[in-house]
Write a protein that binds this ligand. Structure first.
Ligand code: IPE
Ligand code: IPE
Ligand code: MG
Length: 245
C-alpha cells in the first residue's frame, strides 16, 4: 500500500455523499440544523483542497429528492443555506477560478434559494478551473425517468429509432453530460458510516470506486479527504478486464 498521494493518478471526478450532519448535532445535544450549518463550512474547506490538488469536477450531494420527507423546519433551514454560503464563498470561488454548476430539479426550490444558486452559477460561469457541482433536489431515478421520457418523445417524433438508443445516447441526455469525459465519478465518498448510494448517480456509478468513512460530515477534514483519495489510488480498477501490471 502506498502512503503518499500520486498527483499523476488523481481522480478527475470526485463525488461526495455528505452524510451525518444530524447525528453530529444530536451527539452535542444541538438541533439538527446546527449540523447542517457546520457541514456548509466543511464544503468550503474540501472545495479548496480539491481545487488545489487539481481535481476537475467535485460533485457534492446537498439535497436529495427524498429529503423533502424531512420536517418542514429542517427543510426551510437547508434551503436558506445557499444564500449564506454563496454570499461568503463566491468571491473565493472567483479567486480560485472555480465554476459552480448544479444537477437536480431546481424549479422546485424556494425562489430565494433558486436566486442564490443561479447567481452563483452566473458569477462563476467564466471560470475555467475546477467545477464545483451541487446535486440539489437531485435523484438518480428522476434523472433517468426524464431521459427515458425525452428519448421516448424523440422516437415518437421519428427522430430516433429504438435500436439507436444506446448507452452513449442515454449518457448524452444525463445532466452529467455537461462534464464531458469526466461525466462519471471515478470515486464516490460517503461519510458517516452508511454504505449505500441513496439514489445518487446510479447510472454514472457503474464503475466508480466507493469509499466509505465513519467520520461524520461536519468532522470531515482535508486530511480525511486525502485519505479517501489515497484509498482510491490503492484500488485496482479493472473495468471488467484484467489487472494492468
Ligand atoms: C446529510 O446529513 C445532509 C442532508 C441529507 C441534507 P443528514 O442530515 O442526513 O445527517 P444524519 O444522517 O441524520 O446524521
Ligand atoms: C443522502 O443522505 C442525501 C444527501 C447526503 C444529500 P440521506 O441521509 O438523505 O440518506 P439516507 O436516508 O440515509 O439513505
Ligand atoms: Mg443522513
Amino acid at each position: 500500500m502506498d502512503h503518499e498521494l500520486d498527483e499523476h493518478r488523481l481522480p478527475a471526478h470526485v463525488a461526495i455523499i455528505m452524510d451525518g450532519n444530524g447525528r453530529w448535532a444530536q451527539q452535542r445535544h444541538l438541533p439538527r440544523i446546527a449540523g447542517h450549518k457546520r457541514g456548509m463550512n466543511v464544503i468550503e474547506e474540501i472545495t479548496t483542497t480539491a481545487s488545489d490538488l487539481g481535481i476537475k469536477v467535485l460533485t457534492v450531494y446537498a439535497f436529495s429528492t427524498e429529503n423533502w420527507k424531512r420536517p418542514a423546519k429542517e427543510i426551510k433551514y437547508i434551503m436558506s443555506l445557499p444564500t449564506i454560503f454563496f454570499k461568503n464563498f463566491v468571491p473565493k470561488l472567483i479567486k480560485n477560478n472555480i465554476k459552480v454548476t448544479t444537477i437536480g430539479d431546481e424549479s422546485a426550490l424556494p425562489p430565494a434559494t433558486q436566486a442564490a444558486v443561479t447567481a452563483a452559477k452566473e458569477d462563476t460561469s467564466e471560470n475555467t478551473g475546477m467545477i464545483l457541482n451541487f446535486a440539489i433536489n437531485y435523484g438518480s431515478r428522476d434523472e433517468l425517468v426524464e431521459v427515458m421520457q425525452r428519448l421516448g418523445s424523440f422516437v415518437q417524433q421519428g427522430k430516433l429509432r429504438p435500436d439507436q438508443i444506446t448507452a452513449a445516447t442515454i449518457a448524452s441526455q444525463l445532466e452529467t453530460a455537461q462534464f464531458g469525459e469526466a461525466a462519471d465519478p471515478d470515486v464516490i465518498i460517503r461519510t458517516s458510516g452508511e454504505q449505500r448510494l441513496s439514489n445518487f448517480l446510479l447510472w454514472q456509478a457503474a464503475y466508480s470506486e466507493l469509499v466509505f468513512t465513519n467520520t461524520l460530515w461536519p468532522d470531515f477534514t482535508s486530511a480525511d479527504f486525502m485519505d479517501c483519495l489515497l484509498e482510491f489510488q490503492n484500488r485496482h480498477r479493472r473495468f471488467g478486464g484484467v489487472k494492468n501490471k
